[in-house]
Design a protein around this ligand. Structure first.
Ligand code: ZN
Length: 500
């Protein structure tokens, strides 16, 4: 038994919570709980704000980030090349044979031009080089890598996904071809991955997160994750790709398999999202799944489990709802991932079907270029958080590594909506609503503060309801508990408690 004292408790009268792992035994004032506190170890977290554990309903265990350069903060092509060259030195010391980078966004380059095969050849003419755009749907490669793609027979398989100008490859590759290339990159050594995953889980715990839905899971993720969970035991739901569903299901122990992840379209950044009217450039995406894909996924899951379907463009969302409705799938079993562009007609379809909708409020900050791609009139209907919140069950997430893991940044973005110029301010969430969407997920449900509930809780460094929303990103977790056991402790604030 353990008592946390000296805290303000979210939405309940009291300053003390008594934990009898894995559950919350009592909540109240220390002065009135004296008869329950006899012999109980007390840990005081003065000034802390205790809330239910936070959830990230859509994150990736991006093993490729374990060996890739972070290009999210690169400001032009010259810097990109320089970062990749430094990274090459590091991975060569580790004995990793590919030079991989992730996260560049040409929209923030002064030229707004994408890097080219010539730029990538400046990184290396000897080793294969690939730099994936922030959206994960497009990459640029060097000549050696393009040669490798040919040797793998992928040029014949996906000729349309190698972008050419005047018949010559520009170095840009997209969609399924890119994913197959990524899938063929050799994994880093096992210990390297376990350490990476422990750091990944620990960082989440340091933001007060107790629950994760990890999507796009592959078979190779499972043994590593299971090992890392023995050190940092967060509550984990998995949504593997269809091809990996059965093996993931047979290998997962601590993590729970919740359903299957599918893609209905691409991204706004790469202009591969499927829109009713094309992008201003004239480009458009296409439907990447069919009725039979969905039927197969449902058969594979045999009457249980959820379909987590990535749908960003308004046409993709419309088609997904039409398909699952015509198949008679219960809305409880359908998650729409992203649901980025929802003009009134599409909102109406969401309202009548009521699927789970998993949003990433931080996209509002990152997609600041959206007006230019969609036109102001249409961009107003992006990230319609308030309308979605009133239409159906909405869940908050990061889509890490696309956006940062910290849910407080997502909450800040949902409330203040900085970024895209023409977004409707009426679509902001209140601080309470923003916390609500990060306190539940479609697989494991909601974390709550109540006697008898699981003690999945976190003590924040301040009360976001009593501060300017501008200050929300500066909040940290002082201690995070899963099933009553500490998974993260800021030892400079909390003494007498440790995670091991
Ligand atoms: Zn994702």
């Amino acid at each position: 038994m353990l008592a946390i004292t000296g805290v303000e408790i979210c939405c309940i009268e009291g300053d003390t919570i008594i934990i009898d792992p894995p559950k919350i035994a009592r909540i109240g004032y220390e002065s009135s709980l004296w008869h329950d506190l006899g012999g109980v170890r007390r840990v005081s977290v003065d000034g802390g704000y205790l809330i239910p554990g936070l959830h990230d309903s859509h994150t990736h265990l991006a093993f490729s980030s374990a060996v890739s350069a972070d290009l999210r903060f690169v400001r032009d092509v010259g810097e990109l090349v320089a970062v990749m060259r430094r990274h090459m030195e590091r991975v060569r010391r580790l004995g990793y044979p590919y030079v991989v980078g992730r996260g560049w966004d040409h929209e923030i380059f002064p030229s707004r031009a994408m890097p080219t095969i010539e730029d990538m050849d400046r990184v290396s003419t000897e080793h294969p080089v690939i730099a994936v755009r922030v959206c994960g749907h497009l990459a640029v490669v060097n000549t050696v890598m393009l040669e490798r793609i040919r040797e793998w027979g992928l040029e014949r398989k996906y000729p349309q996904y190698i972008i050419r100008e005047d018949g010559r490859p520009t170095g840009v590759i997209v969609e399924e071809l890119l994913w197959e290339v990524i899938g063929r990159l050799p994994p880093p050594p096992m210990n390297f991955l376990i350490n990476y995953t422990i750091r990944y889980l620990r960082e989440y715990a340091s933001y007060g997160v107790t629950h994760l839905n990890i999507v796009s899971v592959e078979e190779r993720h499972v043994p590593v994750l299971e090992e890392a969970l023995t050190k940092v035991p967060l509550v984990i739901g998995l949504y593997p790709h269809q091809r990996a569903y059965e093996t993931v299901k047979s290998r997962a122990r601590k993590a729970v398999v919740c359903g299957i992840k599918m893609y209905a379209d691409g991204s706004l950044g790469a202009e591969t999202a499927y829109l009713r009217e094309p992008f201003l450039s004239g480009k458009n995406g296409e439907m990447l799944i069919s009725r039979s894909n969905i039927v197969n996924a449902l058969e594979l899951m045999g009457g249980e489990g959820q379909l987590a379907i990535h749908a960003i463009g308004d046409a993709a969302i419309h088609n997904v709802i039409k398909l699952v409705k015509s198949l008679g799938v219960s809305p409880q079993r359908v998650r729409i991932e992203h649901a980025s562009l929802t003009p009134p007609e599409v909102l109406k379809e969401i309202t009548s079907y009521r699927p789970h909708v998993v949003v990433q409020p931080h996209f509002i900050i990152s997609d600041w270029w959206a007006d230019r791609k969609l036109g102001k009139e249409r961009a107003r209907h992006l990230y319609a958080l308030r309308s979605l919140y009133s239409a159906t069950k909405v869940y908050g997430s990061s889509d890490y590594p696309v956006e940062p893991k910290n849910p407080l940044l997502g909450i800040y973005s949902a409330v203040l909506r900085p970024g895209i110029g023409s977004l409707s301010p009426g679509e902001a969430l209140s601080v309470d609503e923003a916390f609500a969407i990060y306190s539940r997920d479609p697989c494991m449900g909601e974390t709550v503060l109540m006697e008898g509930a699981r003690a999945d809780i976190t003590v924040l460094s301040g009360n976001p309801r009593k501060m300017s929303p501008h200050d929300i990103p500066s909040i940290r977790s002082l201690a995070t508990f899963v099933g009553g056991s500490p998974v993260y402790v800021d030892e400079s604030f909390v003494s007498g408690l440790s995670t091991s």
